[in-house]
Design a protein around this ligand. Structure first.
Ligand SMILES: [Zn+2]
Length: 390
C-alpha cells in the first residue's frame, strides 16, 4: 500500500486530490493512508506538514515502515477521493530555512572543513551544530557568503542518483546506503544527502541571518533564521529599537552606548541617594527617645538602610534600640537591635503585642506591625528588658 510521494515530484504542490486507502482509529487518532500525498512526513530535521484532507485536519504525518501515515481526529471514508491542502505558509517557511541551512552548512564545510553534526528546525528558527568552533567574525563572513549565494539565485536540484553515479560523488551527510539516496545539489555551493523538500532557486530563501551562537560539545551551535522568519524577526526587533531610540533620544545605531551611559548615571544617582539617606539617618540620632535602657524612634518615610544605620549607631549606647517607620493606616516597618539581648524573644514580643511579623539574626531583627503609634509607644515604655535576657 505504498503512497506516491508527490512532494518529491514537485515541492510546490499545495493542493491535490487523493483517495483514502485506509483509515484506522488507534485510540487517539485516525491513521489515514492515501494513494498519493504532498504532505511531507517528519524527517531530516524537518517537522511534518499540517493541513486538511477534506474537512479532516491533519496535525501530524509520519513515515512508519515505508508507509506515510496522516494523523487526524476526524475519520474519512475509505475509497473516497478528497481535496487535500497543506498549510503552505508553514511549509514554505520551512523550505526557506532548510535550504538556507544547507547553504550555511556547505559554506562552513568548504571554508573550515567542519561537519554539520546536529540540525533542529523549531517553529520560527533553526539551530545547527558544527564539529568545530567559530567566532563572530567568522560567522559574519559565512553569513555574508551565504547571502551572496542567495542573491546569485543559484538552482537547487533534488534527485536520486543511481548506484554508480552515487559512488563517484562526494557529498555531505554521507550515508552507508547506496540505493534511494536523495541528494540536494545547490549550484556552486553544496551537495548533501537530504529527504526534505527544498526551494527551486536560492533567491527564494530570502535573507539568511545568523543570530546567536554558543560553544557546544567541542564545536559551536548557531541559531539562524531565513526568509519570512528573518523578516518577522527584523520587524519585531526594529520596533523595539525604534521605541528605545525615541525614549533615549539617541540614534538607533547608538542605543547601546546610550543605555550604558544611562546605567552609569543610575548607578551614580543610586550611590548619591544612599549616602543622602545615611546622612538623614545620621542627623536623626539626636532625635532618638529613651525609655529606660531602651532607645527608640517612630518616624515616617525611612527605608531599611536608614533604620539599620540608626539601629547600628544606637545599639552601642543602649541595651535595645527600636526604629519604626510608617503610619497608622499602612502599618509600620521596624528594625530593632541589641548586643546583649536575645533578639528572637524581642521579635516574638513585638509580633505578638503589636500584631506583626518578622525576625532576623542574633543581634538585629526586622519586620512589619499593624498596631497604631500609641500602642507602639505604650509597648516600648512598658517594656521589661529582663524578659529578653539570652
Ligand atoms: Zn537537509
Amino acid at each position: 500500500m505504498l503512497t506516491s510521494k508527490l512532494y518529491y515530484e514537485d515541492a510546490y504542490i499545495k493542493v491535490f486530490n487523493a483517495s483514502v486507502l485506509s483509515c484506522e482509529f488507534t485510540g487517539e487518532f485516525y491513521e489515514i493512508i492515501l494513494d498519493k500525498t504532498a504532505f511531507f512526513p517528519e524527517g531530516g530535521g524537518q517537522k511534518a506538514d499540517c493541513g486538511f484532507i477534506g474537512d479532516a485536519e491533519i496535525t501530524d504525518v509520519q513515515e512508519v515502515n515505508g508507509e506515510i501515515i496522516h494523523f487526524s481526529k476526524n475519520s474519512l471514508t475509505v475509497g473516497q477521493q478528497y481535496e487535500c491542502k497543506i498549510d503552505w505558509g508553514i511549509r514554505f517557511g520551512r523550505m526557506q530555512n532548510h535550504s538556507g541551512e544547507h547553504i550555511v552548512s556547505g559554506i562552513v564545510h568548504s571554508m573550515f572543513g567542519y561537519d554539520n553534526v546536529g540540525f533542529h528546525m523549531e517553529n520560527n528558527y533553526v539551530t545547527v551544530d558544527f564539529s568545530g568552533e567559530l567566532n563572530r567574525d567568522q560567522l559574519d563572513l559565512i553569513e555574508e557568503k551565504a547571502n551572496i549565494a542567495v542573491f546569485s539565485n543559484y538552482k537547487i536540484k533534488c534527485y536520486f542518483p543511481d548506484v554508480d553515479e552515487l559512488s563517484d560523488l562526494d557529498y555531505r551527510s554521507k550515508l552507508d546506503l547506496t540505493e534511494n539516496v536523495r541528494l540536494v545539489e545547490i549550484e556552486n555551493i553544496d551537495l548533501c544527502a537530504c529527504c526534505a523538500p527544498h526551494v527551486n532557486l536560492t533567491g527564494e530563501i530570502g535573507v539568511i541571518k545568523i543570530l546567536d551562537f554558543m560553544r557546544h560539545r567541542g564545536g559551536v551551535r548557531i541559531v539562524m533564521k531565513c526568509g519570512f522568519d528573518a523578516l518577522h524577526d527584523y520587524r519585531e526587533k526594529y520596533k523595539s529599537v525604534y521605541e528605545v531610540s525615541g525614549l533615549l533620544s539617541a540614534k538607533q545605531c547608538e542605543i547601546s552606548d546610550s543605555v550604558g551611559r544611562l546605567l552609569q548615571e543610575i548607578d551614580s544617582v543610586r550611590r548619591d541617594f544612599y549616602n543622602f539617606k545615611l546622612s538623614v539617618a545620621e542627623n536623626a540620632k539626636t532625635n532618638l527617645l529613651s525609655a529606660g535602657e531602651c532607645s527608640y524612634f517612630i518616624t515616617n518615610g525611612y527605608d531599611a538602610d536608614m533604620m539599620r544605620e540608626l539601629v547600628n549607631f544606637s545599639m552601642l549606647n543602649s541595651k535595645l534600640c527600636m526604629i519604626f517607620s510608617g503610619d497608622d493606616n499602612n502599618g509600620y516597618s521596624y528594625i530593632a537591635g541589641s548586643l546583649s539581648l536575645d533578639m528572637k524573644k524581642v521579635a516574638k514580643a513585638i509580633n505578638t503585642v503589636l500584631s506583626g511579623r518578622g525576625g532576623g539574626r542574633d543581634t538585629m531583627i526586622q519586620g512589619k506591625v499593624s498596631a497604631h503609634k500609641n500602642f507602639i509607644v505604650d509597648f516600648i515604655t512598658n517594656i521589661d528588658l529582663g524578659d529578653f535576657n539570652g
